[in-house]
Design a protein around this ligand. Structure first.
Ligand code: SAM
Length: 444
């Protein structure tokens, strides 16, 4: 049992020695410089928060306990040489209790960017490549349609060039993200920061079990974290009347981004990792909004929506295998809709809803119908060749040749390709994974 009244340096040293590690070994495994580590242990410098998190993870030791040590040492450093240090410290304690926070300036807060989230099939690493080709091969800067927007990483890039950008996805949790980041509505950062400051001083020990913690606690999220998530989600709902739609979306989206990194998963919610979950703090953070006057936001079935749109370029990046996004991200869908449905199975999913035709045998016909009905000058279609894969669920529903045949009938089609790291939850042996981009100039 470690003594409470020792420094973070002594604490880290004691944990290391108890676990039987040499300093050099720890430096190598955590990639923290040996000299820095030695100076931390001997109290010559304080570690940073990421260093403490890294060490807690390496030693499999409570991150919460170490962070508390770090904070107390930082405070001690500040106040110990001051004449009125202790009085100042007590005053700060009162201010925190009354919800006063130093972080009241949205501009200077540390925030999440749009890409800071895990999402299967996102094109974050290919954005530059895709947009360069589109820019080289097309004309017109009026309307860009990203019909399967996902994370909206491509749509965001298109906002640099096009006057209007259409964002669409069938998921509720993606739609709320688009409203939060891009909707041009006015919102009060002061109001939101006050609420977030309240969330960041919540003590899970004082919070009751709730729908979220009862279902997902100890599975997809650590128990205390899951209590906080359920409590905060309900609180956002209770405040809905006093928030406008942008403020409501910002809070929900910030909750999604905050908990994304705390999930006990490999990046989606088809399963959770069956190992004890390390304790961590919630640390609710806001997103970095980027209002865009030309954002047209929808949550519609792609094939219904295209019949109502007109534009210069349509970017098309549907799912190509049987894995339904509404099932992969069922926890975010549940959280955003907040209808607290009954859940089933080991992964605690609700009844199937919002299922995509693109993940079924109807995929080819759906794709053909989509591109034929898009009123645009150019089509840019992303495709990856996972159909050669041995696993059935990751086999493509539309073959490469079929896409080419469909597109060739509509216009002159160029094919671009690039090697790209393959995503698979299993052990698919598939090395020559390629990303394709088809660029079709439609016949008049
Ligand atoms: C491959 S992901 C798109 C990734 C995106 N380009 C990005 O960079 O994040 C496909 C998206 O299509 C959505 N989707 C699937 N079927 C749909 C449909 N029929 N209508 C609209 N969206 C659909 C899924 O929810 C998913 O987010």
């Amino acid at each position: 049992m470690l003594d409470t009244f020792v420094s973070i340096g002594d604490t880290l040293k004691e944990i290391r020695e108890t676990k039987g590690f040499q300093l050099q070994e720890v430096a190598k495994e955590t990639a923290i410089n040996y000299t820095i580590l030695s100076r931390i242990e001997t109290g010559k410098r304080l570690p940073t928060k990421p260093q403490v998190q890294n060490l807690a993870n390496f030693y499999n030791y409570s991150e919460e306990a170490l962070i508390k040590h770090l904070i107390s040492d930082k405070i001690l450093n500040e106040v110990q040489s001051e004449d009125f240090g202790l009085e100042g410290f007590h005053l700060a304690e009162q201010k925190i209790k009354y919800g006063l926070s130093l972080f009241n300036d949205y501009k200077h807060l540390e925030k999440f960017e749009l890409h800071s989230r895990r999402y299967i099939g996102n094109k974050a690493k290919l954005t530059e490549w895709i947009m360069k080709i589109i820019q080289k091969e097309t004309t017109g800067t009026g309307t860009f349609i990203d019909i399967f927007s996902g994370t909206a990483i491509i749509a965001k890039e298109a906002m640099k060039t096009y006057k209007n950008v259409v964002l669409n996805d069938i998921l509720y949790s993606n739609n709320i993200v688009y409203q939060a980041f891009f909707d041009n509505k006015k919102w009060s950062s002061k109001k939101i920061i006050d609420i977030v400051n309240e969330y960041n001083i919540l003590n899970p020990k004082e919070i009751k079990e709730n729908y979220f913690s009862k279902n997902f606690g100890g599975k997809f999220y650590e128990k205390d974290i899951s209590k906080l998530i359920g409590h905060i989600r309900q609180d956002i709902e209770n405040r809905k009347d006093k928030l406008n739609s942008k403020e409501y979306a910002i809070l929900l989206t910030s909750l999604i981004y905050t908990i994304d990194r705390l999930a006990n998963t490999v990046g989606h919610f088809d399963a959770y990792i069956k190992k004890p979950i390390a304790k961590r703090s919630l640390n609710f953070r806001l997103i970095q909004t980027q209002d865009f006057a030309g954002a047209k936001i929808y949550r519609d079935d792609s094939n219904k929506l295209v019949r109502k749109l007109k534009g210069d370029v349509a970017y098309i990046d549907p799912p190509y295998n049987s894995r339904q996004y509404s099932r992969f991200y069922h926890i975010y869908e549940n959280l955003v809709q907040w209808e607290k449905p009954k859940l089933y199975g080991v992964a605690l999913k609700p009844e199937p809803d919002n299922m995509s035709k693109y993940c079924t045998v109807q995929a080819k016909n759906a794709f053909k119908d989509l591109v034929e009905n898009l009123d645009v000058k150019y089509l840019a279609v992303s495709y990856n060749n996972t159909y050669k894969s041995k696993s059935k669920s990751s086999a493509n529903k539309i073959k490469l040749e079929e896409i080419i045949e469909i597109l060739n009938k509509l216009g002159e089609t160029k094919i671009y390709e690039q090697s790209h790291k393959f995503f698979s939850t299993g052990k698919t042996d598939f090395n020559d994974h390629k990303e394709f981009l088809f660029l079709t100039k439609k016949y008049d």
